[in-house]
Design a protein around this ligand. Structure first.
Ligand code: UT7
Length: 332
């Protein structure tokens, strides 16, 4: 009998209707469509405009989309892992609220925060629970309302990020499909280069921190770019070597959508042709925890049972890594 593996068996997604285009950003900060497109690959991004709504609003809709498509009963879910860097509130887990709202009444839930690698690390966590035999249905949601922590007068960050959500279901598989291997890394050297200074335990919120705009994302883009390019390419190459995968064996690269140039550099190092590299950064920008499931949702029609997928991500912290997974179904 094959070892029990953890397979993705369903996908769902949600993005807000409101579109913020490069042309509109040109009217807000000193930037232009040509610069944004050539430096990042982004043309537009989505923003959640609903008054008083946070990340959970999108996460709930992504999960509901998954249930509608798959026919899975939320009551059968054992665990909800909410990957996010923008929880609804600093205290009171967003995942717990989401699980209750979607009717996953027999599940427990919690949040997992590893900046832009939250969903990648979540794949590792969800898979480990399934492989151990402890749980049968683990719902992993990646969602971020980045617009809630972005300064729309700062051209270094406001052109990059967007809002969105995606969800995947992990279940046991006896055909050897699903999760195969992971190479996950982190390095605290990154803390200074991509962060929000205030609102945490070091520098709690005060009039001063608000005045100084210290509750917004700060990014030293050039430095993060340098680490991201080498970091994402290194781990992707390593996971191929370790699993004896040639460039022909890899069907798809599903990489964090932070910058088209970082994705291209990774694909280059892996020797992959463009048609194997899933890209939707032009539509959504960097949605942090939602980039990987949004790719799976957008390209679900093209993924075939048995396809070899390499997931790769790089984010604040620094956190990064690659995961090798075999796709487990053909979309009906
Ligand atoms: O997802 C988490 C991990 N994050 C990442 O992976 C992001 C990594 N970093 C990046 O993607 C890139 O560094 C950015 C897209 C953020 C910036 O691109 P860059 O090619 O590194 O630009 P830069 O910061 O080196 O700036 C180049 C020039 C500068 O002008 P000078 O000094 O050459 O005259 C900037 O002032 O472009 C200028 N610039 C802009 N111009 C128009 C910076 N931002 C903008 C802008 N519009 N929005």
């Amino acid at each position: 009998m094959n070892k029990m593996t953890a397979a993705i068996t369903a996908v769902g997604a949600y993005v807000p209707d409101f579109v913020l285009s490069n042309e509109v950003l040109e009217t807000m900060v000193d930037t232009n469509d040509e610069w944004i497109t050539s430096r990042t690959g982004i043309k537009e991004r989505r923003m959640l405009k609903e008054e008083g709504q946070g990340t959970s609003f999108m996460a709930i809709r992504a999960a509901q989309n998954l249930f509608e498509k798959s026919g899975v009963d939320p009551k059968d879910i054992d665990l909800v892992i909410m990957a996010t860097a923008t929880p609804d509130m600093p205290v009171a887990s967003t995942g717990v609220y989401v699980a209750t709202q979607i009717g996953a009444v027999n599940a427990f839930a919690y949040d997992l925060h590893a900046a832009c690698s939250s969903f990648l690390y979540g794949i590792s966590t969800a898979s480990a629970y399934i492989e151990s035999g402890r749980y049968k249905k683990v719902l992993l949601i990646g969602a971020d309302k980045m617009s809630s922590i972005i300064d729309y007068t700062d051209r270094a960050t406001c052109i990059i990020f967007g809002d969105g959500a995606g969800a995947v279901l992990f279940e046991p598989n006896n055909e050897g499909l699903g999760f195969q291997d992971e190479y996950l890394r982190s390095d605290g050297i990154g803390r200074e280069f991509l962060k929000i200074d205030a609102g945490g335990s070091i520098l709690p919120a005060s009039e001063e921190t608000v005045k100084n705009k210290q509750h917004y994302v700060f990014q030293d883009g050039k430095t993060v770019f340098k680490y991201a390019v080498s970091g994402m390419a290194d781990v992707s190459e390593k996971i191929m070597e370790r699993n004896n995968l040639s460039k022909d064996d890899v069907n798809w690269l599903v990489a964090h959508q932070a910058n088209k140039r970082i994705i291209d550099a990774t694909a280059n190092r892996m020797g992959l042709d463009d048609e194997k590299v899933l890209i939707n950064i032009q539509k959504y920008g960097n949605t942090t925890s939602a980039t990987l499931p949004l790719l799976l949702s957008d390209f679900e029609n093209q993924l075939k049972k048995g396809d070899n997928i390499i997931f790769a991500a790089f984010g604040g912290g620094f956190t990064w890594g690659a995961i090798y997974l075999k796709w487990a179904y053909n979309k009906q």
